[in-house]
Write a protein that binds this ligand. Structure first.
Ligand code: PEP
Length: 262
């Protein structure tokens, strides 16, 4: 089995204020050394990207804390008359190296289809950023036994036209919608089953060597108490964390467990 990177990302969503965002970034950057080889990404609200970037730069005397910055969303065009939107190049400009695309809240609340997610993923890659491409079924779909079909369709639509090289640079986040912000985490077995399915599909889309390189994160009520059993699964390479990423000690405790799993 390939040794993949471990990557834990914090999706702060529309939370915090300026002071809170800076303080949280500082606390994460200060404690990041405890997370070993597990890479950390912070995805603040876009208006706080720049102060968080500055905080991450300043927190370590060497000039960089080792904690990366990511957007939560973007527009696929580089510039133009798109009021309220943020371009891939703007994300690069403020120091981002990642961007979440197709989060279930974007899909359900803002009508993003697989085709929109695909266009955004391509824009992210074209800008030299790494997309964190989210997929996941609703509770209704799971109860109807449609999890595999739904995730397969989302993966195929979201990754359409991506080359093996694109795929190798991307992260997939499996986030069952019923587990996001609900406190109901998928069991390690439920999550592993879908992660393995996604990896098989990646191998069909590209090739096995590429599929074995792709980091697949789990997201949905990940907490310090459940991160260890998730991290122990062979195809769970990291986490996309919402609520628990708003507390530095919880976020770091999750990342530490991924760092220690092998
Ligand atoms: C998320 O929003 O991506 C998420 C997984 O949220 P939570 O950890 O709060 O369930």
């Amino acid at each position: 089995m390939a040794i993949r990177r471990r990557i834990v990302a914090g999706n702060w969503k529309m939370n915090l204020d300026h002071a809170g965002a800076v303080a949280l970034a500082q606390a994460v950057a200060t404690g990041a050394h405890s997370c070993g080889d597990c890479n950390l990404i912070l995805c603040p609200p876009s208006i706080y990207l720049e102060p968080v970037a500055q905080t991450l730069e300043l927190t370590n005397n060497a000039g960089h804390s080792g904690v990366a910055l990511g957007g939560q969303n973007l527009h696929d065009q580089p510039k133009g008359a798109f009021t309220g939107e943020i371009s891939p190049t703007m994300l690069v400009d403020v120091g981002c190296t990642f961007c979440i695309v197709g989060h279930s809240e974007r899909r359900t609340l803002f009508g993003e289809t697989d085709s929109v997610v695909n266009t955004k993923a391509k824009a992210v890659l074209a800008a030299g950023l790494t997309p964190i491409i989210c997929v996941g079924e609703t509770l209704e779909e799971r109860d109807q036994g449609r999890t595999a079909a739904v995730v397969t369709e989302q993966i195929s639509g979201s990754l359409a036209g991506l080359s093996a090289a694109d795929l190798a640079k991307s992260i997939i986040a499996y986030e069952p919608v019923w587990a996001i912000g609900t406190g109901k985490v998928a069991t390690p077995e439920q999550a592993q089953e879908v992660h393995a399915l996604i990896r098989k599909q990646l191998a069909e889309h590209a090739d096995e060597a590429t599929a074995n390189q792709v980091v697949i994160q789990y997201g949905g009520s990940v907490k310090p108490e459940n991160a260890g059993v998730l991290a122990a699964q062979p195809d769970i390479d990291g986490a996309l964390v919402g609520g628990a990423s708003l507390k530095a000690e919880d976020f770091l405790a999750i990342a530490e467990q991924f760092a220690h799993a092998s």
